[in-house]
Design a protein around this ligand. Structure first.
Ligand code: MEV
Length: 428
C-alpha cells in the first residue's frame, strides 16, 4: 500500500469502523497515525491466523501480534516426559523452566487437581429477609440443578453439569446481599460460557425466591474448586549444595512474609504459567486474576509456592493455585497455533493441561529463586537481553550475535555501548 496522507482532522470518531474490512480499517488507522508503508505491511501480516479468522475473534481488527513460542525441555510430569510450548516475549523464561526441570529430571514433578469445578455468582440485592432467602434458595437445589443442566445438555452428556449450590449473605456498603454460587463441573471446557448461561437462566428464579432484585450473573475467576497442585524435590547435590538450598528457602520465607516481594515472586511464577496458557489459546487474564486472588485468600497477599528442606536434606518445593484452563471453547479450538501446541503437549484433558501448567509455574519459580539467591538475575538475562539491545542499536544478521558477545564480555548491556560496538565491527 502507498503511504496514505495524514488526516487533517484526527478524530477518533470513525463511523461504521466495525463494519469495515481489516484492510479498510488499517488504511484509516495509517492515515490517523501517519504510519509508514513498512509499519502497515507488518500490521497486515496476519501470519497463520489469517485476516478472516482474526476478524471473527475480536472487534475492529487491523492486525495480529506475534509472540515467540519456545519449547521447554527436560520436563517430566507424573512420570511422563513432556515438551512444553511457551508463548512469551520475555527472555530467560523458557530457559528457566528447562534448567529447573533438568535439575530434577529423574524424579520430575508430581501433580494433582482438586476437580473441574467452576463457580458462577448471582447477586441479589434489596432482599428484606436475606437469611431466610438464603434458606429458600437452598431448598430449591434440585430445581436449580434441573435448570442449570437444562442449559447445556452436551456438557451433561460429557459427564459435567451442576454439582453444588452455596448461598452467602454478604455484608456490603450497600447493605446485605444474597449471593448464590452455582458450582458446575465444566469438564474439558474452561467453562465461562456454560456457567454464565446458567447464572443468567437462574437469575429470574433467584429474584422471585429471594424477593429481591438481581443484578450481576457471572463466573468467579477465583476458581478455588479447580486447584492444580505440583510438588518436586531437588536433590541438594544437584542444585549446588546447602547454601543454594537455604538461599531458596530464605527467598520463599521473604515472599511469604512480604507482599512487596510476593508480587514479584508470583510474577515470576506467572511468567511460566501465562506463557503456556497463551500458547494453548487459554485466557491469561482469567488465570492471572485467579492466581493473585488465591494468593490473597488469607487476607494478606503471599507466595503461591512453598519451599522446605525434607528429611534427607533435599529441597522440597510445592505450588497450589486455581487453573481454569480448557481444551475446548475460546481460542483453544480455533487458533491453529493453540491446536498445534496442545498436540505438542499431548494433552487429552483440561486436567492434564492444568497439572503441566502447575509444574511449569513451580519450575519457573525455582529457577528465579536460585538465580536471585546466587548469581543474581542479570547474568542469566544477559545473553538474550544483549541481543535485543544489539538489535535496538541497529545490528542486523550476524552483527547481532557479535555485538551481543562484546556487550556480555564487557559486562555492560547498554544501547550506547551497543552502538559503539556496532560501529567498531562495521569499521573493522
Ligand atoms: C522477572 O520477570 C521475574 C523475577 O523477578 C521473578 C522473581 O523475582 O522471583 C525474576
Amino acid at each position: 500500500m502507498d503511504h496514505v496522507a495524514p488526516l487533517a482532522n484526527r478524530s477518533s470518531r470513525i463511523g461504521g469502523f466495525h463494519k469495515k474490512s481489516p484492510q479498510e480499517r488499517l488504511d484509516l488507522v495509517a492515515a490517523f497515525a501517519d504510519l509508514t508503508p513498512e509499519a502497515v505491511a507488518k500490521l497486515s501480516d496476519f501470519g497463520n491466523l489469517g485476516a478472516d479468522l482474526a476478524d471473527r475473534m475480536i472487534e475492529n481488527v487491523v492486525g495480529t501480534m506475534n509472540v515467540p513460542i519456545g519449547i521447554a525441555t527436560n520436563v517430566k510430569v507424573d512420570g511422563e516426559d513432556v515438551l512444553v510450548p511457551m508463548a512469551t516475549e520475555e527472555s530467560s523464561v523458557v530457559a528457566a523452566v528447562c534448567n529447573a526441570a533438568r535439575q530434577n529430571y529423574e524424579a520430575g514433578f508430581t501433580t494433582s487437581v482438586s476437580g473441574n469445578l467452576m463457580i458462577a455468582q448471582v447477586q441479589a440485592v434489596e432482599v428484606r429477609d436475606p437469611h431466610a432467602a438464603r434458606i429458600r434458595i437452598l431448598e430449591r437445589r434440585e430445581e436449580i440443578r434441573a435448570l442449570c443442566d437444562g442449559c447445556d445438555p452436551v456438557l451433561v452428556r460429557f459427564g459435567g453439569g451442576f454439582r453444588d449450590l452455596e448461598v452467602r449473605v454478604l455484608d456490603t456498603l450497600g447493605g446485605p446481599m444474597v449471593i448464590t454460587h452455582l458450582i458446575v463441573d465444566t469438564r474439558d471446557a474452561m467453562g465461562a460460557n456454560a456457567v454464565n448461561t446458567m447464572a443468567e437462566t437462574l437469575a429470574p428464579h433467584i429474584a422471585a425466591w429471594s424477593g429481591g432484585r438481581v443484578y450481576l450473573r457471572i463466573l468467579s475467576n477465583l476458581a478455588d474448586r479447580r486447584l492444580a497442585r505440583a510438588h518436586a524435590t531437588w536433590r541438594v547435590e544437584e542444585i549446588g549444595g546447602e547454601g543454594v538450598r537455604d538461599g531458596i528457602v530464605s527467598a520463599y520465607h521473604f515472599a511469604e512474609a512480604d507482599p512487596y516481594r510476593a508480587a514479584t515472586h508470583n510474577k515470576g511464577i506467572m511468567n511460566g504459567i501465562s506463557a503456556v496458557v497463551l500458547a494453548t489459546g487459554n485466557d491469561t487474564r482469567a488465570i492471572e486474576a485467579g492466581a493473585h486472588a488465591y494468593a490473597s485468600r488469607s487476607g494478606r497477599y503471599t507466595s503461591l509456592t512453598r519451599y522446605e528442606v525434607d528429611a534427607d536434606g533435599h529441597l522440597s518445593g510445592s505450588i497450589e493455585l486455581p487453573l481454569a484452563v480448557g481444551l475446548i471453547g475460546g481460542a483453544t479450538k480455533i487458533h491453529p497455533t493453540a491446536q498445534a501446541c496442545l498436540k505438542i503437549l499431548g494433552v487429552t484433558s483440561a486436567e492434564r493441561l492444568a497439572r503441566i501448567i502447575a509444574a511449569v509455574g513451580l519450575a519457573q519459580n525455582f529457577s528465579a529463586l536460585k538465580a536471585l539467591a546466587t548469581t543474581g538475575i542479570q547474568k542469566g538475562h544477559m545473553a538474550l537481553h544483549a541481543q535485543n539491545i544489539a538489535m535496538m542499536a541497529g545490528a542486523v544478521g550476524e552483527e547481532i550475535e557479535r555485538v551481543a558477545r562484546i556487550l556480555v564480555e564487557r559486562g555492560s548491556v547498554r544501547t550506547d555501548l551497543a552502538q559503539s560496538a556496532l560501529e567498531e565491527i562495521r569499521r573493522a
